[in-house]
Design a protein around this ligand. Structure first.
Ligand SMILES: Cc1ncc(COP(=O)(O)O)c(C=O)c1O
Length: 372
């Protein structure tokens, strides 16, 4: 397979570990091993006993059980664990799609959600979101673009990079369109549990339709990206089997240590999620104030879920040049929309980290010094 470079990941690889402040990360504040071990009394002793041989290919059964509790109708046998959400997306696309298949992808998007399909030779229709419509998805667009060769609709709620989360009626209509047309729905739910009120949380696609495939991960809401633990949950048995079979050609099985920590974190998930949501809500208030004070420079659509937003830059010809200048002068990293192939006007800002207020202060100083 020939595949284009992953712009966003290449940008992170170049800058993320060389800057003082990453103000565009999408994951929540992480934990040290020590912090995780304090969550449960016996955990250090349990850790010492972890066996470092090969692990079960579908994932540790206890981990699969813990993951299944995040859903309402999924049982442990309907969960398969991967090395991050990225492996899950890669395998799903390779198993499901053939050259010439048509897929419809919510856009802008995390690049693997459409690029793997492009590399396979699929026809990809971008279901484009626009800030002039408050990022709302057009159902009419979806209805008119479904054809007999449409195999899959790809959505990501809460959305990276806009923070958009549809209302229940819109989501239900998407689910029903997939069902009525017998189309797979790949639902990238890696930012699930970062809804600002629990009432807004959407049911997972795998709980609603047989062809619903939900992807989850420890990286974002749980802040444990370094574990590289993600998963697929689906009730579709034949697809599940094919996905499991493909995994023998990628990672075979998961890291025993990562599985241990993922189990621990999922058991204590309420504490972890509450901490991370508190960080997000505090940071979001600061962002409201920042964008309110600088509303001649940015247009700000407050996200309704998640840890990222996608403001528009109203000055300067190029957001890419703006981000590079900020990086050079203040060592603050923002993600220009060029890395999403979505023009040169928006940037992703992340607010799941504890040091966000400090990073924002440096960004604020830059604005005052250059545009004040
Ligand atoms: C929407 C979306 N899906 C999947 C991933 C990949 O997650 P992971 O790095 O945990 O594999 C990301 C990471 O940024 C993402 O934003």
């Amino acid at each position: 397979m020939r595949i284009k470079g992953f712009k966003l990941e290449e940008y992170f690889a170049k800058y993320e570990f060389n800057v003082e402040y990453s103000l565009c990360s999408s994951d929540c504040e992480s934990f040290s091993v020590d912090e995780l071990l304090t969550l449960e009394k016996t955990s250090l002793e349990d850790l010492k006993k972890v066996w470092l041989g090969y692990t079960e290919s579908l994932g540790n059964p206890i981990l699969r059980e813990e993951i299944s509790k995040l859903y309402s109708k999924i049982n442990a046998e309907e969960v398969i664990v991967f090395s991050g959400a990225e492996e899950a997306i890669f395998i799903f696309m390779n198993v499901l799609l053939n050259k010439g298949d048509h897929i419809i992808v919510q856009y802008p998007a995390y690049q693997s959600l459409y690029e793997i399909a492009n590399a396979i030779g699929c026809k990809v229709t971008k279901w484009v979101m626009d800030d002039e419509n408050q990022w709302a998805l057009s159902l009419q667009f979806l209805e008119t673009n479904i054809t007999p060769s449409t195999k899959c609709i790809v959505v990501n709620f809460p959305h990276n990079p806009t923070g958009y989360l549809p209302k229940r009626d819109i989501y239900n209509r998407i689910i029903n369109l997939a069902k009525e047309n017998d189309i797979y729905l790949l639902s990238d739910e890696v930012y699930k549990f970062l809804e600002y009120t629990e009432a807004e949380r959407l049911p997972s696609a795998c709980d609603l339709i047989d062809k619903g495939v939900s992807i989850g991960v420890m990286s974002k809401a749980f802040g444990l990206a370094g574990l590289r633990i993600g998963w697929i949950a689906t009730k579709h048995t034949s697809l599940f089997k094919e996905i499991a079979s493909f995994k023998n050609y990628t990672t075979i099985c998961n890291s025993a240590l990562s599985e241990f920590f993922a189990i621990l974190a999922l058991r204590k998930r309420n504490r972890i999620l509450n901490r991370n949501l508190e960080i997000i809500m505090n940071n979001l208030n600061l962002l409201d104030d920042f964008f309110n004070r600088h509303n001649n420079i940015f247009s700000w659509i407050r996200p309704n879920a998640g840890s990222v937003a996608f403001p528009r830059l109203l000055v300067n010809d190029s957001v890419q040049a703006f981000c590079l200048d900020l990086l050079k002068k203040k060592s603050v990293l923002l993600m220009p929309s060029t890395n999403y192939d979505y023009g040169d006007r928006h940037f992703r800002i992340g607010f799941g980290r504890k040091n966000m207020p400090e990073a924002l202060q440096h960004f604020d100083n830059y604005i005052t010094e250059n545009y004040g």
